[in-house]
Design a protein around this ligand. Structure first.
Ligand code: SF4
Length: 200
């Protein structure tokens, strides 16, 4: 399969079938070509610029899950700092600092499988405070979610939810044993039920 020199693909897009064939390639040269085309596509349609996103590690360590790549898990002897949900004032200050440095989005990230009801309530208050006082777009990455929580996030003004699937369904059980790929997809489905709450 040839990827480069294909201006039609860059201008007019790519069919579903061809995209599926591309992403299944294991050929090193083809993967490099795909990356080059992805770069050209980005510059063609979005120019040579990047949007900056600030981030705060708002709750750190002590996660009971065992994702093999993650320093936040209690299962591994990492040196990561451990602390509960940060004080709202501190998070607002970090959001203001991010905006001052050029960020247009600010993502609040918490360790753990999911927030407790009390923590989730606090998070909604923090989102409101950041939007009002730092005047910046707010995103969150807070672990598993159901639809009622996704809905509350949207109502609180959250723009995006980050929830990574990490790897393929076939490989998932080799890096995580405490939850399944299906559970991650369930959270993405809950987020996407509300079309304006975009996940990434
Ligand atoms: S669930 Fe999240 S915080 Fe916990 S170990 Fe996995 S990736 Fe890390």
């Amino acid at each position: 399969m040839k990827f480069c020199d294909d201006e039609t693909m860059i201008d007019d897009g790519i069919s579903y079938e061809r995209a599926m064939a591309c992403i299944q390639s294991e050929d090193e040269k083809e993967i490099q070509e795909m990356m080059a085309i992805a770069g050209r596509l980005t510059r063609r349609h979005h120019g040579n610029r990047a949007d900056l996103c600030g981030i705060v590690n708002a709750k750190s360590g002590l996660c009971p899950e065992d994702c093999a790549f993650c320093a936040q898990s209690v299962k591994f002897p990492t040196q990561v700092r451990r602390y509960p949900l940060l004080d709202p004032e501190m998070i607002v200050a970090k959001a203001r600092e991010a905006k001052k440095r050029g960020a247009c989005e600010f993502c609040i990230v918490t360790s753990g499988r999911s927030l407790t009801d009390e923590e989730f309530k606090q998070l909604l208050e923090i989102v409101a405070a950041v939007r009002k006082r730092a005047v910046i777009q707010v995103d969150v990455s807070i672990g598993f979610l159901d639809y009622p929580r996704a809905r509350q996030l949207k109502e609180a003004g959250v723009t995006r939810v980050n929830h990574n699937v990490q790897t393929s369904s076939g490989f998932y059980s080799r890096i995580v044993r405490t939850h399944t790929y299906g559970e991650r997809i369930k959270t993405l489905t809950a987020i996407r039920e509300d079309e304006r709450l975009v996940s990434r």
